[in-house]
Design a protein around this ligand. Structure first.
Ligand code: SF4
Length: 651
């Protein structure tokens, strides 16, 4: 796999960029003034595999205490480079840059204070503002140069300055320009020990911003600086992993990214294994020969990688065109019973002889060679192998699946809907592609036996687009990974990357549950409480929700917490989730501090933000509605706010 070539950056003894391995990092959540707690948490992260440790330095005293932390780590034999995380306080940055190996500045708030105000700037006024930034930022650059300190210019979608917002809005372009302004100043000082990031809680915005940044750096400087990848406020558990894997995995799939951090609302040592699982998917061992075929190159893309547009398709039954992507539940290995359908969103009430259908209910089941021997709920349809389909009587409910060229070897087709499973890495894939031109009832179920299946499937879909073949595509993704975490990451990166490029009218996840050895996610034993069908169904709907293609549940945007956090974020997130999880489509942010929280909570509908010890401030969008509520009653107050805002329904 080819990687994007970037400049080499030195962070202490660690080299980053220029094809060095993708470095793994995390951030402490302890109070920076608590030296021992911070050192001990850092050590847990280092032992887990973190190669860089970031620590918040909200003011001068925390910046100064980084020396004690560094010395204590050194005394205990740990010399991993430290990164000071700076927001709003150039003074703290200038102290930290003399102590630690790297400082992170946020161009949205390093000089500017965000007031959520809109001003119109003339070109002259805009240039004057940039000059003001130059004056305030240059001393830090000079200190970094003198001390050999690296820097991350870390843009966050949620904390763009009012100035950038006024000119570009909260767009990917605004994020890019925000970083480029700082980068130009650094280059003018001949300072290049720089890493950049473009984080957002929305993986789509994040991916577009990184791509755009690469494009702009290449056009303006003829070279790229290393990239730190991350999805902010991803949340916890499965959803946090899925969102992170979609954003980070999509870019890694394309060889983009030099260091990654997965932000979970969990202890930071739990972030590290997720990073490792993500990175190892793209690591080719030196003695491993790549036996796969080269993926055909393309001269030009038939779609823009910088803006989302769903691929145009025809509508076949309830698939394609304007329909939300369908979910196919895989029952190839076991014949489904009424009880088993509970796992995919259908509850059978024996006393009423009725089905209750949940929001996250699969649309199709694949039953292999089996017909179903009970009456199915009205909205659920069955896909079976075409030999089995020929025997079926109910042609409204059952549809055939063909494998590769077998579709063209028979005329026994459904007049309405046929599924065609195709390995895009097979020798005849592109010959079959040409034969699809006049088909009007075929939904393609695409998968690939290539080492990098996503790239192979995407290339095939580009072929469809170039031939103007508008058949819908179901993303068929199989995982043979041995842990639940690895499977979540595999499904999310493979399917999510295509969905973010507008490709995918359905999703069909498959695995062999007997191969899963480690069934834990965040210490919870997953498959003890949920069946494998439930796992695959939840993962399918969560992926579709994370790319905002199909909304089936409440969305939580929660920060990972840091030394600024003023309450137990993990416990509070769980509490809020337990009372609001039925509010489909609502976005609720749970943020640790009032300094960065409101800016970072992106497009949340409601916000629950720590504003002092034992105090919570509640937001409706960006507007403060209840200030400094006692934390003992804050969740009840949040529910009251949802009721007042007509966003509440009884569970
Ligand atoms: S929003 Fe959360 S992670 Fe960000 S600075 Fe505040 S407490 Fe720390």
């Amino acid at each position: 796999m080819r990687r994007l070539k970037t400049r080499e950056v030195r962070i202490g003894d660690l080299l980053l960029g220029n094809n060095h391995p993708v470095r793994i990092q995390t951030m402490t959540t302890t109070d920076t003034m608590d030296t021992i707690a911070t050192v001990e948490q850092s050590i847990r992260c280092i032992e887990a595999g973190a190669e860089l440790i970031r620590i918040t330095a909200p003011s001068k005293k925390e910046a100064e205490n980084l020396l004690n932390i560094k010395n204590e780590l050194g005394k205990r034999g740990y010399h991993v480079p430290l990164v000071a995380d700076i927001h709003f306080t150039p003074n703290a940055a200038e102290i930290a840059a003399r102590i630690v190996e790297k400082v992170r500045v946020n161009p949205g708030n390093y000089v500017d204070k965000k007031k959520f105000e809109h001003f119109e700037y003339t070109d002259r006024e805009y240039l004057d503002e940039i000059e003001r930034i130059r004056e305030r930022f240059t001393p830090l650059i000079r200190i970094c140069k003198e001390h050999g300190t690296a820097m991350r210019i870390g843009t966050n979608h949620g904390s763009l300055s009012d100035r950038i917002m006024s000119r570009y809005g909260d767009t990917a372009m605004g994020m890019v320009e925000s970083a480029m302004e700082f980068l130009r100043i650094a280059r003018n000082e001949d300072y290049h020990n720089i890493v950049l990031s473009m984080k957002s809680s929305n993986p789509l915005v994040m991916v577009q911003a990184y791509r755009l940044l690469i494009n702009h750096m290449t056009n303006e400087f003829g070279e790229c600086y290393p990239l730190h990848l991350g999805v902010t406020e991803a949340g916890d558990g499965e959803d946090g992993r899925i969102k992170s894997a979609i954003g980070i995995g999509t870019l890694l799939e394309d060889g983009i990214g030099d260091t990654i951090r997965v932000s979970l609302t969990e202890d930071p040592e739990f972030e590290v294994p997720v990073c490792k699982d993500l990175v190892k998917r793209y690591t080719i061992h030196k003695n491993q020969k790549n036996i796969d075929k080269e993926i055909l190159t393309v001269d030009s893309l038939p779609y823009s990688p910088f803006e989302f547009r769903r691929r145009d398709t025809i509508e076949i039954n309830n698939i394609g065109r304007k329909h939300v992507p369908v979910v196919i539940a895989d029952f190839m290995q076991e014949k489904p019973s009424k009880e088993m359908l509970h796992a995919i969103g259908y509850n059978y009430d024996v006393s009423l002889d009725k089905w209750h259908i949940r929001d996250a209910a699969a649309d199709y089941i694949f039953s292999g060679d089996n017909q179903i021997d009970f009456a199915l709920p009205g909205t659920l349809k069955v896909i079976c192998n075409h030999n089995c389909w020929i025997e079926t009587k109910d042609r409204q409910k059952y549809f055939p699946l063909y494998h590769g060229k077998t579709y063209f070897e028979t005329t026994a087709h459904s007049p309405v809907l046929n599924f065609l499973s195709l390995d895009t890495n097979s020798d005849d894939a592109y010959d079959l592609l040409k034969k699809l031109k006049n088909e009007i009832s075929v939904v393609l179920c695409l998968w690939s036996s290539h080492q990098y299946p996503m790239l192979s499937v995407r290339r095939f879909v580009i072929g469809l687009m170039k031939e103007s073949i508008m058949l819908p595509v179901v993303l068929s993704v199989e995982s043979g990974d041995s842990t639940i975490d690895e499977q979540l990451i595999h499904f999310s990166a493979e399917a999510g990357a295509l969905l973010l490029d507008g490709i995918g009218d359905g999703i069909w996840l498959m695995n062999d549950p007997s191969k899963i050895k480690n069934q834990k996610v965040s210490g919870r034993t997953y498959l003890e409480t949920k069946s494998n069908h439930q796992f695959l169904n939840n993962t399918s709907f969560s992926i579709l929700q994370a790319v905002r293609a199909r909304i089936s549940k409440t969305e939580y945007i929660s920060c990972p917490s840091c030394g600024r956090t003023l309450f137990d974020l993990q416990e509070t997130t769980a509490k809020i989730r337990s009372v609001t999880h039925h509010l489909k489509g609502l976005k609720i942010a749970i943020m640790g501090c009032i300094v960065n929280g409101p800016g970072e909570m992106a497009d949340a509908d409601f916000g629950y933000v720590g504003s002092g010890v034992g105090k919570i401030t509640l937001y409706r969008g960006k507007e403060i509605v209840k200030r400094n509520v006692d934390s003992a009653v804050a969740v009840d107050e949040l529910i009251n706010l949802l009721k007042e805002s007509e966003a509440w329904i009884d569970p």
